[in-house]
Write a protein that binds this ligand. Sequence first.
Ligand code: SAJ
Length: 444
Amino acid sequence: MELLEAPGSLRDQLKKKFADRDALIGVAGIGYVGLPLAVEKAKVGFDVIGYDRNSVRVDQVNQGLNYIRDVNDGEMATLVESGKLRASSDFSSLSRCDAIVICVPTPLTVNLDPDISYIKAVGEQVAAQLRPGQLVCLESTTYPGTTEEVLLPLLEQSGLKVGEDFFLCFSPERVDPGNARYTTKNTNKVVGGVTPACVDVGSCFYSQTILNVLEVSSPKVAEMCKVFENTFRSVNIALVNEMALLCDRLGISIWEVLDAAATKPFGIMRFDPGPGVGGHCIPLDPFYLAWKAREYDYHVRFIELAGEININMPYFVREKIARALNDTGRALRGADILVLGVAYKKDIEDWRESPAIKVMELLSRDGANIDYHDPFVPKFVEHGKQWHSIPLSNERIARADCVVILTDHTDVDYDRVTEHAKVIVDTRNATKRVTQGREKLVLL
Ligand code: SAJ
């Protein structure tokens, strides 16, 4: 392809489009990462096209109907109405984009191996319509090397040269679902480019909507930074989970220990034990790193061990429930159990990979009769079974042989629950402020 301009000016032209906000932005994957990013770009004046193969999401965006809790409904509706934000399930609608941001899922296979098929599929679609003067940014959490070993070869099949004709970066998403304090705009952003020109263009792109952008020396550093962040959380959550298992044996309250340890003004960070680790990041991302490490004959023991401990927690919770019922002369089989909370963490509606669902599965397998109440999750389907949240009446609480708190949603009246329950297994210390009826409580 003959270049019309000297390579450098493509870079400057693109940076000027970003600075003037007249670049056309494409976001491939408009989920909990892509949609907030698309809205932030549209809010500062860019024309944005969201792509998703899920036509329901595309229709919702084009009708101005928000489906991500961290996005403001009114803001989104206004941006769609003004034409600043639209969506399509036809990838060719992104062909004119000056920047394409890839925010597709990176799940695991059943053998806990990385599944980057979504990245590859979108990479091939980007490559098929790649043209001089485009920036491509991968945001999906993945193992170090993905951008340069998987995405770059796909894009260079076009014959275009990275760093001269097009620009390629990795910039990890750092979205904490439900976190009202840290949003897409004020969460520091790390960017690594395949060449210096790439990171320069990528940094200019993100700086239009994010307050602090940190350039690192390569996409690998940025990829490694992200999986380290999530491994850090997985390992520390596993540490407190293991301490909970030990404290259970020692007859010590892990919650009292953690409260006491948290009084140390330096050198410690609060994590809490729970029924397990859910969501689409912490349970999965560390295994991307463990998988890549094996290619270099390295066995990342912390990741495997943390995974084992966290995966075991639903089984430990089942044991606590069995003990609590046994102390009231009841067996698990035939017991009436009321579960409070199925979302993977408090005050959000996402139940993916939720440990609560694993606990319910184990209890069902033991023959218990289960109902659940979760104000954020009206219904869900797991292994083909449809579950529905029930109203939290005093009568229903009193009828349960055991109430089990698996997600500590803020807007549940734990005083009322404790008042009417026979016995409560609280895996989140949600009842920490309850004063009356504490003799009914069994804490993790
Ligand atoms: N959990 C515990 N104990 C803790 C903290 C969390 O049991 O002390 C559990 C939660 O209940 C939940 C799971 O671990 O089931 C994951 O919780 P999380 O808040 O760590 O993970 P996510 O997936 O909601 O969001 C995280 C981000 N969270 C924070 O940084 C606080 C961050 O790691 C990533 O930006 C994001 O995943 C992502 O998208 O990678």
